[in-house]
Write a protein that binds this ligand. Sequence first.
Ligand SMILES: *[C@@H]1O[C@H](CO)[C@@H](O)[C@H](O)[C@H]1NC(C)=O
Ligand SMILES: *[C@@H]1O[C@H](CO)[C@@H](O)[C@H](O)[C@H]1NC(C)=O
Ligand SMILES: *[C@@H]1O[C@H](CO)[C@@H](O)[C@H](O)[C@H]1NC(C)=O
Ligand SMILES: *[C@@H]1O[C@H](CO)[C@@H](O)[C@H](O)[C@H]1NC(C)=O
Ligand SMILES: *[C@@H]1O[C@H](CO)[C@@H](O)[C@H](O)[C@H]1NC(C)=O
Length: 714
Amino acid sequence: MKNVKIIHLPQLFVFFHACFAQADFAPHFYDNGPYSQNGNLALFSLSEDTPVGTQIYCLNGTDPEGQEVSYGLSFDPGSKEYFRVDSKSGNITLVEKLDREKQDSIDVLVSITDGQSKVVERVTIFVMDANDEKPDFQNMPAIIDIVETTASGSSIYKVEAVDRDTGSGGSVTYYLQNGQSTLFAIDRHSGVLRIKSGEMLDYEKTKTHFVTVFAKDGGGNFNGKEQFLSSSSTLTINVIDAQDTPPSFIGTPYFGYVYEISVPGSEIFTVVAKDGDVGNPNPICYTFEDGDDGVFSINKTSGCITLVTLPIYLKREIFNIKVRASEVSPEGRLMDYGVTTVVIRVVDLNNNPPTFYGENGQQNMFELTMYEHPPEGEILRGLKITVNDSDQGANAKFNLRLIGPGRMLRVVPQTVLNEAQVTILVEDSAAMDYEKHHFLTYKLLAVEIDTPERFSATADIVIHLLDTNDNAPKFASDYYIARIPENSPGGSNVVSVTATDPDSGPWGDVKYSIYGSGADLFLIQSESGIIYTQPWASLDAEVRSKYNFYVKAEDAEGKYSLAEVFVTVLDLNDHPPAFNDNFLEKTMVIGAPVKIEAVDDDAEVPNNVIEYAIMKAEPDINIFDINADTGEIMLKSYIKSMAIIQNITKQRDFTWSLVVQARDRGQPSFSTTAVVKIDITEAVSYNKEYVNNNIHIKSFQFAIPEATSPRPPN
Ligand SMILES: *[C@@H]1O[C@H](CO)[C@@H](O)[C@H](O)[C@H]1NC(C)=O
Ligand SMILES: *[C@@H]1O[C@H](CO)[C@@H](O)[C@H](O)[C@H]1NC(C)=O
Ligand SMILES: *[C@@H]1O[C@H](CO)[C@@H](O)[C@H](O)[C@H]1NC(C)=O
Ligand SMILES: *[C@@H]1O[C@H](CO)[C@@H](O)[C@H](O)[C@H]1NC(C)=O
Ligand SMILES: *[C@@H]1O[C@H](CO)[C@@H](O)[C@H](O)[C@H]1NC(C)=O
């Protein structure tokens, strides 16, 4: 057997050999201090990525006696044998793959022997990290539920990836796939995923988001090169619908109808609303907001609107009912709501015409007796008329009209809804005249306005007028002109006047009278209106030819009117013309006329219009002309001197005697003659006395009534 050496070293096994007289020193490994390789593997470390087969170490030792040494290598029982040693050279080869993450140190028993002594030492080899591990996501892939109302910027998840490498190869940063999401962001260090600030989830837009998250290590050596390792995983984000959308009504606008045949409980219309949060809809509760006037009800759950009253009690034609649909939370709370309007129209069948009623029911004839000329605006209270139309709304709307003579009466109101008291009032008092109409007949008309049928009703209105003394007697003319010949006997008719009074009875009886300063000579018959002269009156146109006075016509109540009477006394030719003197002497200067003149006392032309004529001349040689109108006598124009006269007359006497006639133009006509003696002188020798053609009159008068155009006496 071999010598036994005692080695005083920790961790060394000491083998004892049989004690021989001669001692043998044991081999040993070199010990080179901390900075250079020892011979015994102490403090050796090895990167885990070292390939199998690599010579990793060389055991180095020596024997003090210089004997050849050999090396050995062994492992604890049951542990993996990573290395093999070449016993001669001490070269150690890696024979098993290393994995630091599984085993980061290897205990090895190295031994050296010189053939006699054997030294065994236990050493630990450290396995060093290489970047061979990927980041490994924990709890991924994951599915998370996020309520859509989650505030923007909120963190919603923390991803975690583990890299078992050490150092930067074991550090992890996170990122999202490039531009994959505008909604989410991840913190690269902590792995916290957030909703980007300013962004909100919206269930109604996207119900699920798939977010790919990358984890990357910080890089490290592997097989002599730097390498980075990363991995990815997907996060599924389910957006949870929040109660953020109110219910909305389907199929609007809504129109419903109430018919005349509807009864309480009749279904009018059913509204339907759905929760806008369609992912998680709540049940709906229907209620009225307003406009139902208490005459409709709505089923909270079905939305069915029913009538609660009889249609005739509906006060409107159109109801605009606001209906609210509220979502009901699982706890029974009313939450979000939507509102809509249901228009309900009351449809009437228009089966009733307007109808007139009197005090005792339906009536089509109304009569009233009243005095003529009632005050304007007076209501005919005696007519108790109502009108109604039992339909509803537009079907019960009608116009009232009064049709009849003139515009004497007016009806109020003009437009009726359902029912009205009919008032008829006086519009034109003057026209309501008994003298024109003893009764008035009107038709009262009620005609529906807006219905296709235009139902109507008529009633007769008869108003009997009573007379009042509303008229004064009225003359046929404002004035009367009468002519009466002068010399008419007393009691002669002058003129007859007439006034009429249309009133009845004594109000229409007329009495006449006359008065005024010109009335003295006249009388009037009070009943007949005949005016005649007083019995004693004698009318003389030459004294007074014009009379005027008033005539009065008066009824029994003293209502009267006046007319004026003008009486003209007609002139009769009762005066002949007369010369002042029937014998005249005149001196005529040649070239100048002499004038004679007669007067006629009659009042008027032609009775007092005189014509002059020369009837006879002595000597009987007519050398004179007379102007028939003026009575101017002159020599015929060719007689310009005494010599001519002498030549004509053959005498020396220049004195003429003319018979001149003055005749009026009355009928019958009267005439008168006068003798005019004319002395003719030359102008140079005339006497001052004759210059003015003064006439010396020696009077004798006679008249010859002469009927030039005889007439039968009146
Ligand atoms: C062994 O160690 C000695 C002393 O340090 C050295 O001189 C020699 O070169 C080593 N041998 C080998 C093979 O490394
Ligand atoms: C041991 O390894 C070294 C270095 O690789 C080599 O030079 C030497 O020849 C080897 N010795 C044996 C006996 O294989
Ligand atoms: C409301 O309508 C529902 C469903 O039609 C019905 O079951 C319920 O009886 C109605 N409620 C009333 C109060 O009528
Ligand atoms: C119409 O008016 C009359 C009289 O006032 C009345 O008797 C009748 O009942 C009314 N009809 C309706 C439908 O109102
Ligand atoms: C008068 O009459 C005679 C004869 O007829 C005439 O010749 C004479 O001229 C007349 N003398 C005058 C003035 O006319």
